[in-house]
Design a binder for this molecule. Structure first.
Ligand code: GRF
Length: 206
């Protein structure tokens, strides 16, 4: 992501409670994502709980609401803000918006997302509910590169969890979330290290 002597500046985009952002922050602090720092947190929801948590951690935060702008106008402001803070890698962490060509072109191969299912199963909203409704026996979470498809970019890492007979959407979500908090830092560490290559759709460790 950066030359060996340089720190990789992470920008995190959130919309909600920000627990994955905190997991990344803890990992950076504990040296589990060597050569990185959290340089910026952007949120599109002014009241999001994650904003307060980011501020408590001393992160620079910015609220960029979409308002009545087009998606691209909104993203122009986000991309400009990320550029001004020299962000090298963007981590979507519960950022509840689709990202357009404009954003992807500006940060191609440098945007990661975490999704609460074993992709390509159950992309989109309410992935845990989808897994339950489908009768899946196993689910999990996926970290992937963001491309133009919905939750469809190359997969960096996955963890699996069982779906139990008495699971509700809440209990399954909680079990998956626990894994998300372990998986996302490991996946970000791999990408920051640069020790990988993308061959077709496959992200391979070097
Ligand atoms: C997580 O389940 C993540 O996989 C999904 O949205 C949720 C965000 O949770 N994209 P949090 O805001 O990180 O707590």
């Amino acid at each position: 992501m950066t030359s060996p002597s340089k720190i990789c500046r992470l920008g995190i985009l959130i919309s909600g409670r920000g627990s994955n952002m905190i997991a990344l922050a803890d990992a950076v602090e504990q040296g589990r994502i060597p050569g990185s720092e959290i340089a910026f947190v952007i949120c599109d929801q002014p009241g999001a709980a994650g904003l307060a948590r980011a501020a408590e951690r001393g992160f620079r935060t910015l609220v960029i609401e979409r308002g009545d702008r087009t998606r691209e106008e909104h993203e122009q402001e986000i991309v400009a803000a990320l550029g001004a803070r020299q962000i090298n890698l963007v981590c979507l962490a519960g950022y509840m918006r689709l990202v357009s060509h404009y954003f992807i072109d500006a940060y191609r191969g440098r945007i990661l997302n975490i999704h609460p299912s074993l992709l390509p199963a159950f992309p989109g909203l309410a992935a845990q509910r989808q897994a339950l409704d489908h009768g899946a026996k196993w689910s999990g979470c996926t970290v992937h590169f963001v491309d133009e498809t919905l939750d469809g970019g190359p997969i960096v890492a996955q963890s699996i969890v069982p779906v139990l007979e008495d699971d509700s959407e809440e209990t399954l979500s909680a079990r998956i979330l626990e894994q998300e908090h372990l998986l996302y830092p490991d996946a970000v560490a791999l990408i920051v290290s640069g020790e990988y290559e993308v061959v077709g759709r496959r992200v391979l460790k070097r």
